[in-house]
Design a protein around this ligand. Structure first.
Ligand SMILES: [Zn+2]
Length: 252
């Protein structure tokens, strides 16, 4: 049995199978197991195998975050550089590389030494550039993301748009915060009965504007829009719901 195991250092059943090609003993399975579990070679090999397994990824690697929210820093170099003006002068330079842990994007800053001061200069260069991106991300989550959430809810509910639905129109300029509210006028169901294209009527009412102050600045405009570009805000059949009805009355 020992030899049957040593020939390949396989698991219990494989060891036993090999053994049984030539011999048969009672409680062979138990014996094979005991030889296998006492085998030093197997212990070593399995220890090595466990080491090779991938470790748990830190949370910072997995959570969606603004660009360069979590970074890894490294320094590479030196390599020789030549002066821009005085071509004959040359020196050593290094680069600090900032890697985004989530998106794997890189940002590289040049430095002329590997001391703390050089690093701090690279860091402030990095921060001044990447800060603006954070500003963008903040605005995006504040202004645009809520609209996306509503849309996803609506998709799972799988309800078709109907005339009278109040929608937020997410046009291309939405990033500038220029939202419009509209009312679905007409729906055009596809052959499968799903509404993907509608006519929406809107006036230039913008989100953030107080309802009381809204005066209907311009003539109503009717546009054709893909349902994907609309976020459902108030469903027309919501007022069949008793609670909503009483709330609406109170606010009127
Ligand atoms: Zn073994």
């Amino acid at each position: 049995m020992q030899r049957a195991h040593t020939s390949g250092h396989r698991w219990r059943d494989a060891t036993l199978a090999r053994f049984r090609q030539l011999y048969w003993v009672t409680q062979g399975s138990k014996l094979a197991q005991s030889i296998k579990s006492k085998c030093q070679m197997c212990k070593l090999r399995e220890a090595k195998f466990l080491e090779q397994q991938m470790g748990q990824l830190p949370e910072a690697r997995l959570k969606p975050a603004p660009a360069f929210n979590h970074v890894m820093i490294d320094l590479f170099g030196p390599y020789s550089v030549r002066g821009e003006v005085q071509k004959r002068t040359s020196g050593k330079a290094y680069r600090v590389i900032f890697t985004d842990l989530v998106k794997r994007a890189v940002h590289i800053e040049a430095v002329f030494g590997y001391d703390a001061e050089s690093f701090l200069m690279a860091l402030s260069g990095f921060v001044s550039v990447r800060d603006r991106e954070d500003e963008f991300w903040k605005k995006w989550t504040e202004l645009y993301a809520p609209a996306l959430v509503i849309r996803r809810k609506w998709n799972t509910a799988n309800r078709n748009l109907r005339p009278g639905d109040l929608v937020i129109i997410a046009d291309r300029n939405t990033l500038r915060g220029d939202y419009r509210l509209g009312i679905v006028q007409e729906v055009f169901p596809s052959q499968d009965g799903k509404v993907r294209r509608v006519n929406v009527m809107y006036k230039n009412f913008q989100i953030g504007e107080k309802v009381q102050k809204y005066k209907g600045h311009n003539e109503a405009v009717i546009v054709s829009r893909s349902a994907q570009r609309l976020s459902l805000s108030v469903l027309v059949d919501m007022d069949q719901d008793q609670e909503t009805k009483s709330e609406a009355k109170e606010s009127v």
